[in-house]
Structure formats: C-alpha cells, structure tokens
Design a protein around this ligand. Structure first.
Ligand code: C5P
Length: 235
C-alpha cells in the first residue's frame, strides 16, 4: 500500500507573535511549510503529500508549492483547513485516494524533522503497529497542577523516566486513523494529537525514538533555533 503524508498547516500561530499564518513564516528565506513538505518528500516511501492550508491562503499556498523541485514520485495536493487542528486533519484525510494504506500526519510547525525519523515511523507501521509516534525523553521534571490564578497547587509529579514528549510525523494504518476520527467526531470531543484519538479507541499506540531537530516552532525563540539548525546543515 502507498504512503501519504498529511500536513495540517492551517493554524494562525498566535504564540509566535503577529504576522502571517505560522506555516508561511520563513526560515532563512523559505516558508516553514516548504521545509515541511520537503522533509516528507525526502522519504522514498512517501508518494503523496496533502497540505491543509489556511482557508484564506489556499490559492497562494498552491502557487507556492507548484514550483517546488520535489522527487518525481511525489505528488502534492492542497486543500483548505478548518477551525481546529483535528478538523484540518480530517479534511486532509478526506482528500486521500483509495490506494493509500499508511498515513503520516505531520505538523507544518516541525519543518526540520530528519528523514531517518520519518522512515522509522513508516517502518513501524508497516511492521504492524496501527499507530506510531516519535518521541523523546524529557529534560525537565513535569508537575501536574490544579490550574488557576496565583500560585497553583501541585497535584502530582509523574516519574520523569516514564514520560515522553511526542513529535510528528505520527504514522497510522489508514483504516485505524479514520475510525479514530469518526469516533471522536461522534463524541463531539477534541484531541490535540491523532495518536490520542487512537488510544481512546483502545488500540495500541507505540513510541519510536524522535529527534531533537523535530522540535515544534511555537515561540519566537524557536525561530532562532530553527535558523541556526538550517545554517549548520548548510555549513
Ligand atoms: O497550534 P499547534 O501548534 O498545535 O498546531 C499544530 C499544527 O496544526 C500546525 O502545523 C498548525 O498549522 C496546524 N493547525 C491546523 N488547523 C488549525 C489549527 C492548527 O492545520 N485550525
């Protein structure tokens, strides 16, 4: 079965400060989304990339991506996104042709993920895992708190060695991911990552090693780090 990557890129990127939608902000002159598309197309296994664009910017995203020099095997399709990440991913899934058996879901906000991480996720799905997430151990100790104003009471301190910070691309058996999305939509609930939806189905989700360079560009300092990583790659 063929493998496709869905890239939700319809977020505004409010935490990054004012400006263009996050996926269209540039790193060393190239939009983050272009880096993310190239990162998916770098895998020999990926033959289709579905980009879910900000609805108002869909035409400009299409023209941005038509002139990209990508491998011949890679087709790029652009569809308009929705109000939430989950809805945007759903629209991407709806655009997949029938012969796609493995689906990656990759944040445009993780433009620098190395191809070895992408391939490791795909391989684990092909080996039979219905849902695979790349993740890293945490540097910081994490506290669970009772959120509120003022000093927040600590509720628990999970054992750090058992925690993982998850990244993308997350990889799925296509049928499992569709079932997970249908179940969540029927519940009227939301989820911040696709693997979490599969967990709620009761299906197994496994973690493979992520990569430091797959970090999410969220805050202004992340832009500085991303540009430094790119400069180092070119050196
Ligand atoms: O906001 P967050 O960092 O979780 O966004 C993760 C990814 O989901 C980003 O690539 C963003 O563009 C995308 N997204 C989307 N549609 C939305 C909100 C976020 O495609 N409505």
């Amino acid at each position: 079965p063929r493998t496709a990557a869905v890239i939700p890129a319809a977020g505004r990127g409010v935490r990054l400060g004012p400006g263009a939608p996050k996926a269209l902000r540039t790193l060393n002159g190239t939009p983050m989304l272009v880096h993310a598309v190239r990162a998916m197309a770098a895998s020999n296994a990926v033959s289709l990339v579905v980009v879910v664009a900000p609805p108002d910017d869909t035409p400009s995203v299409k023209s941005l991506l038509t002139d990209l020099a990508l491998p011949d095997r890679t087709e790029v399709v652009v569809v308009p996104g929705g109000d939430t990440r989950q809805e945007s991913v759903r629209r991407g899934l709806d655009a997949l042709p029938d012969d796609i058996g493995v689906v990656l879901v990759h944040d445009a906000a993780r433009p620098l993920v190395p191809v070895d991480t992408v391939d490791a996720v795909i391989d684990a799905v092909r080996d039979g895992a219905p849902a695979v997430v790349p993740a890293l151990p945490l540097a910081d100790t994490v506290k669970e708190v009772e959120p509120g104003r003022g000093p927040e009471p600590v509720v628990a301190t999970p054992e750090r060695a058992r925690l993982r910070a998850v990244q993308t691309p997350q990889g799925f058996d296509r049928a499992t991911l569709l079932r997970a999305h249908d179940a969540i939509a029927a519940d009227g609930e939301g989820a911040t990552d696709c693997a979490g939806m599969v967990e709620r189905l009761g299906e197994p989700v496994v973690v493979v090693p992520g990569h430091e360079e797959a970090f999410k560009v969220t805050r202004p300092l992340d832009l500085v780090l991303a540009e430094a990583v790119l400069a180092r790659r070119r050196a």
